[in-house]
Structure formats: structure tokens, C-alpha cells
Design a protein around this ligand. Structure first.
Ligand code: GTP
Ligand code: MG
Length: 138
């Protein structure tokens, strides 16, 4: 089965939406095989999102991701990467399909409640950034 890295972002943890978001993942057939609550430093957020370093919103994004705790998690299932992104909805909540996490909970294109890996190679890297093999319980 495929695995993907998910982050419940500060806007969502601040509003106590962790349980509601996890219910959406589980209802879609994704199993939460690892999960922890951490508070990133701006430097750690910057390292995680370094592919966006040249984008105009990079500074804002790193500051936001370090503004409150996040929940980092590994989701497992058939086609987990694509399935997770489907459950998340479009980056901008204004474009997100009804019933998706971002349509229901996201506040803006920046404060959009969740992150999900976008491809197998990035999923592997992102999981290794936050979790050791011992923490992944399938
Ligand atoms: P992630 O799962 O978080 O990677 O979202 P994504 O793959 O749907 O979007 P993308 O990788 O293009 O952008 C990464 C993150 O940067 C987004 O989730 C937003 O939090 C933030 N972001 C993207 N575009 C904007 C923008 O125009 N303004 C701001 N402030 N943030 C943005
Ligand atoms: Mg992305």
C-alpha cells in the first residue's frame, strides 16, 4: 500500500479541527499509521517548504507554519497520495469541491488547513523528514 505525508496546519489545530479532519481521511479509507503534534520553528518550516523558496509567499508561508502547533501524520492506503489530495481539495478553498477539507475548513489560499505530498518521491522524502521507521505502524 502507498503512504503519503499529511500535515494538519496551524489554522486547523488552532480551531480544534484535528478530529474532524482525521474523520475525513478515515472515511475515505486512509489509515493513519503515524501521527504527532509538533511546533515547527520558522527554519524547520522553511526547510520543509524549500521547493517554494523563490515564490513571493514563501516568507509568509514559513511564518504561518511556525505560528502554532501542527499535526504531522502518515496516511496509508491504495493510491494514498492521490486519494489524500482528492479529500483535501484545491489549494484555494474558493476552488475546492464541496465536501473536501479545504472547502469546509480552509480560511484562505495560504491558511488552507492541510498539506499533502504531491508525488511518490516527495512523499518518501517528506515522511523521512518527520518520522523514523520505528514510528510507522501499518
Ligand atoms: P500543500 O499540500 O500545502 O503543498 O498545498 P498544494 O500542493 O495544494 O499547494 P502548493 O504546493 O502550490 O503550495 C504550498 C502551500 O503554499 C499552499 O498549501 C499554501 O499554504 C501556500 N500558498 C500557495 N499559494 C499561495 C499564495 O498565493 N499565497 C499564500 N499566502 N500562500 C500560498
Ligand atoms: Mg504542494
Amino acid at each position: 500500500k502507498e503512504r503519503t505525508l499529511s500535515i494538519i496546519k496551524p489554522d486547523a489545530t488552532e480551531r480544534n479541527l484535528t478530529g474532524k479532519i482525521n474523520a475525513k481521511f478515515e472515511d475515505a479509507g486512509l489509515r493513519i499509521v503515524a501521527q504527532k503534534r509538533i511546533h515547527l520553528t520558522p527554519a524547520q518550516a522553511g526547510e520543509f517548504y524549500k521547493v517554494h523558496a523563490e515564490r513571493p509567499f514563501y516568507g509568509e508561508l514559513c511564518e504561518f507554519m511556525a505560528s502554532a502547533p501542527v499535526v504531522v501524520q502518515v496516511l496509508e492506503g491504495e493510491g494514498a497520495i492521490a486519494k489524500n489530495r482528492e479529500v483535501m481539495g484545491a489549494t484555494n478553498p474558493a476552488d475546492a469541491a464541496a465536501g473536501t477539507i479545504r472547502a469546509e475548513f480552509a480560511e484562505s489560499v495560504g491558511e488552507n488547513s492541510v498539506h499533502g505530498s504531491d508525488a511518490p518521491e516527495t512523499a518518501k522524502e517528506e515522511i523521512a523528514y518527520f518520522f523514523s521507521g520505528l514510528e510507522l505502524v501499518g
